[in-house]
Unconditional design. Sequence first.
Length: 187
Amino acid sequence: MAGLTIVVVAGIGVLINGATMLLFLNGQKGDINIRGAFLHMAADTAVSVGVVISGTILMFTNLTWIDPAVSLVIAAVIFAGTWRLLKDSINLAVDAVPRGIDPQAVRERLEAFPGVHSTHHLHIWALSTTENALTVHLVKPDPEGDDQLINDLSEILAQEFNIQHTTIQWERSDSECPNMTHCHAKN
């Protein structure tokens, strides 16, 4: 009788945890916090499914090894599912370039703007789980249109690269680059 109670209670856990997990399904791609909540609920659902499976098998057989075997499978699934979350969390903590943003593509896009001769000191990092920032020095000899260019660049960086906060420093010649090995001129 206790086996049936365990299976029923775990089955209720599957329904509740599974429904809660689905609430986080859509938001998990854009926010590491929501992905963490989703993975937590997915793990709880997996554990409940494991209890239902092993409990049902144990009710009808004497296969006592099934419970630890199912537990190991669940642990492996949880580990695999949370590995990327751990990597993304570490990257956020150490100000690494956010996953999905290619710094070289950003550099090329910046250098493609009229009047921009080169870039250096490009830094891209996550401010939070949903917002990214960029700082860059742009060599643009002619000061004409600087303000409009900043607006245009900020808009494009937000749309194309999901970078919402930009700080752009103008320099009028490549000689202002303090370390020429970090300067990148247009080809």
